[in-house]
Design a protein around this ligand. Structure first.
Ligand SMILES: Cc1cc2nc3c(=O)[nH]c(=O)nc-3n(C[C@H](O)[C@H](O)[C@H](O)COP(=O)(O)OP(=O)(O)OC[C@H]3O[C@@H](n4cnc5c(N)ncnc54)[C@H](O)[C@@H]3O)c2cc1C
Length: 471
């Protein structure tokens, strides 16, 4: 096929990561059909530019950025192609979001088996990063629930992959951050639910040791578990916070399951306290986005967490807490934020995080928000998971802090590597090619490079992330 497309300055756009800490001007194309993706590949070969896929651009780092190159925005390919409420099988285009998905399946008594902390992500992006949810320790990553996907490779081939057919590509493209090919459709199995509610238990953790022990000991008894960590207070309080663990509510425990599964019972309210439109709420957060402000917020949140309690919550409210405040990331100001998520084995996590959290406090570069989860390993090639825990930390970026932060996060990388940990390519912005080699290992990298040669012999698919971690 000849390339009908051409580069025009009209398509040249400044793109950013989710945290608004990175910028990359690129030629933006928004295909409506798979054939147009192929045309963009042809255009790239003709012009010598590289191509990066982009779903909703919700990665915290440079995974969906391609400075000076072409960005393929797949958000217009967002149809739910087939939905079978009897079997829970769904087939979607890659630009369909988790929001579209859960809203389609929930009223029929199903829920996506794995979701991210925001519902704005697309299925293509979720497979590219192989996202995990608050049930990673039990249900694995999203890739474990994919029955089949179709993809277009830069070599012109269209492939269909399942765990048995083209298995090497199945396990490498899921987690492969769009560096081998572009998903064009995804078939997944949804999870049966009997109520629109979860029963949530909340209890405090007084220090880091107790925090991790609570995650470890309680995870087996729950469907979901997640911790909030006060990352602004050190000493004996270091690592204190609150654990939330939830179980599905069964039909005999919910007097009206048909009602609780209706969308009207799930969608997040447009106003806070019935008064303030959510869209302006981030403006009220802005004055707190400094060390003193977040220190006070953490103290107040911890004080409110001390009471053990149990409550019922709609699925959407439990999973997508961050979507309650649209554009919350803008409250961090012009420099944006970096999220650093490390995955550590259970034996070494406490010591490593003690060192990292103490270092950040000592240097006056504290994280404003800490989130912990319990994980288990998986079979995907560029896997980030371990039998242990993850801790995601949000750092404010300013011109004055940027270099110091970058240096500290590279020191964090060394601590993580020494502790046998791993990194997640949808989050960290600093992890270098050297650190990548150290955690993935030569064998995995060589397998990935062989597949890259087969699928993309002319290196059409490259992102800023690819250049950072592989070159
Ligand atoms: C508030 C918030 C909460 C989050 N919570 C979690 C969480 O709980 N768990 C978790 O695992 N992650 C979480 N994330 C990270 C997020 O889920 C991932 O970064 C996800 O990849 C973003 O999806 P996206 O559609 O925005 O993809 P993008 O960010 O646009 O792209 C992600 C990667 O996928 C590739 N890609 C996109 N579409 C395709 C396609 N069609 N074919 C091939 N490759 C493609 C891109 O090239 C890129 O490398 C969170 C992010 C935010 C902002």
């Amino acid at each position: 096929m000849e390339a009908n497309m051409s580069l025009s300055l009209n398509s040249f756009t400044q793109l950013e990561n989710f945290g608004h800490s990175l910028r990359a001007p690129s030629y933006l194309f928004r295909p409506a059909r798979a054939e147009e993706i192929y045309e963009v590949f042809c255009l790239a070969e003709k012009t010598g530019l590289t191509v990066t896929a982009r779903g909703a651009g919700r990665s915290y780092n440079d995974a969906a950025l391609n400075g000076g190159g072409i960005v393929l925005d797949l958000s217009a390919m967002n149809q739910i192609l087939e939905w079978d409420p009897a079997s829970g099988l769904v087939r979607c285009e890659p630009g369909a979001t988790l929001e579209q998905l859960w809203q389609r399946v929930e009223p029929d008594g199903w829920w996506p088996p794995v979701v991210s902390g925001t519902m704005k992500t697309t299925l293509g992006g979720c497979l590219g990063a192989n996202i995990h949810g608050k049930n990673n320790f039990k249900r694995g990553t999203i890739g474990e629930h994919v029955l089949e996907f179709s993809a277009l490779l830069p070599n012109g081939e269209s492939v269909t992959c399942t765990p048995e057919k083209n298995a090497d590509l199945f396990y490498a493209m899921i987690s492969g951050l769009g560096m081998l090919g572009i998903f064009t459709s995804v078939t997944m199995q949804m999870k049966r639910i009997e109520s629109g509610l979860l029963e949530v238990h909340a209890w405090p953790a007084h220090d880091l040791h107790e925090h991790l022990s609570l995650l470890l000991d309680n995870a087996p008894g729950y469907d979901y578990i997640v911790g909030w960590m006060d990352t602004m207070n050190g000493g004996k309080s270091l690592g204190r916070g609150q654990i939330h663990a939830a179980n599905y509510v069964h039909a005999n425990e919910d007097p009206n399951p048909q009602k609780t599964m209706q969308l009207s019972n799930q969608v997040l309210p447009p106003r806070i306290f019935g008064v303030f439109p959510k869209s302006i709420l981030y403006l009220f957060m802005k004055p707190f986005a400094n060390n003193l402000g977040w220190w006070a917020v953490n103290i107040a949140k911890y004080a409110a967490s001390l009471r053990r309690h149990t409550f019922r919550q709609p699925h959407a409210a439990f999973h997508f807490l961050l979507d309650y405040v649209p554009n919350w990331e803008l409250s961090y100001g012009r420099g944006g934020l970096i999220q650093y998520q490390s995955f550590l084995p259970r034996e070494t996590a406490e010591q490593a995080w003690r060192e990292m959290l103490s270092m950040s406090l000592k240097r006056g570069l504290p994280s404003y928000l800490g989130v912990t989860k319990r994980h288990r390993p998986d079979k995907f090639l560029l896997s980030h998971a371990v039998d242990g825990f993850s801790l995601a930390l949000d750092f404010k970026v300013t011109d004055g802090r940027r270099a110091k932060l970058s240096q500290m996060l590279q020191e964090f990388d060394r601590i993580v590597l020494q502790a046998g940990g791993r990194f997640y390519f949808a989050k960290n912005s600093e992890t270098s090619a050297e650190s990548t080699r150290a955690f993935l290992g030569e064998e995995t990298i060589s397998k990935f490079k062989q597949l890259k040669k087969r699928c993309d012999p002319n290196h059409v698919l490259e992102s800023d992330l690819f250049r950072r971690i592989f070159e």
